[in-house]
Design a protein around this ligand. Sequence first.
Ligand SMILES: [Zn+2]
Length: 489
Amino acid sequence: MNARPHIGHALELVQADVLARYHRGRGDAVRFQAGTDDNSLKNVLAAGAAGARVQEFVDRNAGAFGALGGALSLSVDDFIRTSRDPRHRPGVEAFWRACSGDLYRQRYTGLYCTGCEQFYVPAQLRDGRCPEHEAEPEPVNEENWFFRLSRYAAPLREAITTGRLRIEPAGRRNEVLALIDGGMADFSVSRPAMRADGWGIPVPGDPGQVVYVWFDALCNYVTALGYGQGGPVHGVAYRRWWAGPGSRVHLLGKGVLRFHAVYWPAMLLASGQQLPTGIFVHDYLTAGGRKISKSGAGAGALEPAALAAEYGADAVRWWLLREVPRVGDADFTVERLVARADDELANGLGNLVNRVVAMIGRYRAGRIPAPAPVPPGGEDLDAAIRQAGDLVGAALADFDFRQATAAVWAIADEGNRFVNRVRPWDLAKAGSAGRLDAVLHLLARACAAAGRELGPFLPDAAARVTAQCTPDGAGRLPDPRPVFRRLAP
Ligand SMILES: [Zn+2]
């Protein structure tokens, strides 16, 4: 919360939204939780630099993050703010006490990067600088609480190698195993309250220290569920969503992998809780070939809410889902966003739906012809329609959003190809009524399938497509209306 959101932040929110919508659509019970990590030292510094009070400063940025829900059509069920939410602090205190068997106090000297909020050993630095922030860490000598991470190497390794804790992509899983095998040093889980300017949650029974921001922030996953409320049984939501059976999946960027895949599972084991079942790690976006800086020049133009206001949530979501690979960084430019949306949405899917609805209106008075065998030349389109559901399911089980959207896009692509090949207008002119019925029926099926399969990815556009393909009470399709606008000037 040390700055406003940029396009990179939108990525994992949109990915999580797709998974949530997909599973809800299949009848699974889903709880989609997001939130803001407010209690960091870097917020104290950033607020100071901006001449603002810390709470006001993080409130302002958190407001911009919260507003992404509406701007990007996210179906977030719960949004927790660690500095404001009354569920959080008692949950962190309970979590701390549950870990007390693994906590001890010790004086420590180390190199600290405030950007990362972590200590580094010299071997982890690149030319003496933090590899993430390219800033020189500062030497810190202080007394902190430490967490006995070393105790959890074996159980953690076992959870990962057996797949009980699934980390994707595989390269990230190997990275975590290498971290574990490289030796897990105990890590400090508190800071002197003085150095934190009093910002953060006081350590239970030791008010001179505040809880380390990562220990604090990671707890959000269970404090929002009522962990630490209702005594040792915790809240109802906790028992249902965390302590119960089912999947517990985190989505995160590669820069915070260690915290989510090493510290967090160890904290859960120490406090006697279940582990997450899955962790999906995305790489980073660059903008115009450069690292996205939160506060740099032009950062405002990369704000997801501003992009959605200008180009529509559909176009922003489609770019993130279609162009960001499962492994590797992706480069964002407005030109790419516009080209992708115009190519595949306006000229691809939008054009198909528009043509099909118009032809059914013109040739069949808006009535979709009765089911008929697939006409010659329609085999590929028929296959794309029938396979889309399975392909989407398999791709999403693998967190492969590009592959999943490709299956939906294939329907539009094959549909337009089919129209160009069979030329329904020629069939109408030649009076081939039976042939034309079969062609129009297949095309209507394609549009309906595209609307249905698009739902998790572009909920707003999916609703417009479905409305175009749904007959009214009199059995007629509505008049054709564009489902996407063209974005290029
Ligand atoms: Zn750093």
